[in-house]
Design a protein around this ligand. Structure first.
Ligand code: CUA
Length: 406
């Protein structure tokens, strides 16, 4: 397999997809059982079509050489004996085609059915989440992590799950058809309006995985991304406990913040390239978290209050919710504990002050056509990308506020 994979890798290099073999969206370098099953179909299909290609190519080459026009041919010779119809040859061809299709069809059907739901034997150990597509981001709910008087735990764009356990994902959409795909783990199953779909995946080891919408859904489909962060069960439990805290409480104690996020220390450093979107996209989740700490904001109630005022007065609360704060918007990502996420803007940008300022001030440049661009009108004049004068203070305030709410 490794030799075949290497050969295919060389081919992909030639076709300009050098990251295909060892990339964040590689379907060859799999990290779980569902993607493994899907890769099996890929290789079966490759081998079957390779055999057919070689046979057809050999016959074509033989016929081309054997029956080519010859300069020394006798123009007056009788044409060779003609044959019309050979039932045995025709039956043989039909039989061979049916056989080839069957060899591909059975593993394909098996993989399709296998993808939809956790196998019976593993269902007892499965963990359930619900993913909902929006143009152009993902909303995640944890139905079994209920918060008193609130409802299920909700997050956006980063799906944190326990490693080594089957994860059953209910797939929904609020607008158009999207498709849920984590290349190294599982996919692609559509999120269809008014229809419940599902898939499952299991990350065999803790790690960080790229997700991507795989069904064209409008202007920013290509940048509708998300992340899956698989943690050891114990760390996952800590993450859930931290997420269940209201934003205000956690912001009150810096110690709580750093303790709850030590879980990211166990994750490997990840490197990624997103040309055109970020220059400094090479950071570990732990570093991403550290970079977001704003002790001065935590210690400065006036700064927090001012930032909160900005958040409330400038349309953020119309669409966003931060649990424990004013604001009940449900049309945009839930921002409770947004500071604990490693990325913003639907998995596109590293979650630090620079990128946050860039995102809030010019969302249309990062994600063309996105709805925040229209909602942000009232904020113009408060935040701009130019790091000068008054405006930069307000970026910091806005940023300090968001982190203070973590
Ligand atoms: Cu959502 Cu493409």
């Amino acid at each position: 397999w490794s030799r075949a994979a290497a050969a295919l890798g060389t081919l992909s290099l030639l076709s300009g997809c050098s990251f295909w073999m060892d990339g964040h969206q590689s379907t060859i370098e799999v990290a779980g059982p569902v993607a493994l099953e899907q890769r099996r179909v890929f290789f079966i299909t490759c081998w079957v079509t390779l055999v057919i290609f070689l046979i057809v190519g050999a016959i074509l080459a033989y016929a081309t050489l054997k029956f080519r026009a010859r300069t020394d041919a006798d123009e007056h010779a009788e044409p060779p004996e003609q044959s019309h119809g050979n039932p045995m040859v025709e039956l043989g061809l039909v039989g061979a085609s049916v056989l080839a299709l069957a060899i591909i069809a059975f593993p394909t059907l098996h993989a399709i059915w296998y993808t939809y739901d956790v196998p019976e034997a593993q269902r007892e150990n499965a963990y359930e989440v619900t993913a909902t597509g929006y143009q152009w981001w993902f909303h995640f709910e944890y139905p079994h992590e209920q918060i008193e008087n609130v409802g299920p735990l909700i997050t956006a764009n980063e799906l944190v799950v326990p490693a080594g356990r089957p994860i059953h994902v209910n797939l929904r959409t609020t607008d158009v058809i999207h498709s849920f795909w984590i290349p190294k783990l599982a996919g692609k199953v559509d999120m269809i309006p008014n229809r419940g779909n599902s898939l499952w995946f299991e990350a065999e080891k803790p790690g960080y995985f790229w997700g991507q919408c795989a069904e064209y859904c409008g202007e920013s489909h290509a940048v509708m991304r998300f992340r899956v962060i698989a943690l050891e069960q114990q760390e996952f439990n800590e993450w859930v406990a931290q997420q269940k805290q209201p934003a205000r409480t956690v912001a009150a104690t810096a110690a709580n913040n750093s303790g709850a996020h030590a879980e990211f220390a166990s994750l490997k450093t990840f490197k990624q390239n997103a040309p055109g979107y970020s220059e400094k996209f090479d950071v570990s989740p732990l570093d991403a978290w550290r970079a977001k700490q704003h002790p001065e904001a935590d210690e400065n109630p006036a700064l927090i209050a001012e930032g909160r005022k900005l958040f409330q007065q400038h349309n953020c609360v119309t669409c966003h919710t931060v649990r424990g704060q004013e604001g009940v918007g449900t049309t945009a990502p839930n921002l409770t504990h947004v500071g604990a996420r490693t990325t913003i803007a639907g998995g596109l940008l590293e979650n630090d002050a620079d990128q946050l300022g860039r995102w809030i001030s010019h969302p249309d440049r990062v994600k063309p056509g996105n709805h925040m661009y229209y909602g942000i009108g009232a904020m113009k004049g408060y935040v701009t990308v130019e790091p000068t004068g008054e405006t930069v203070t307000n970026i910091k305030l806005t940023d300090g506020e968001v982190h203070a709410l973590v």
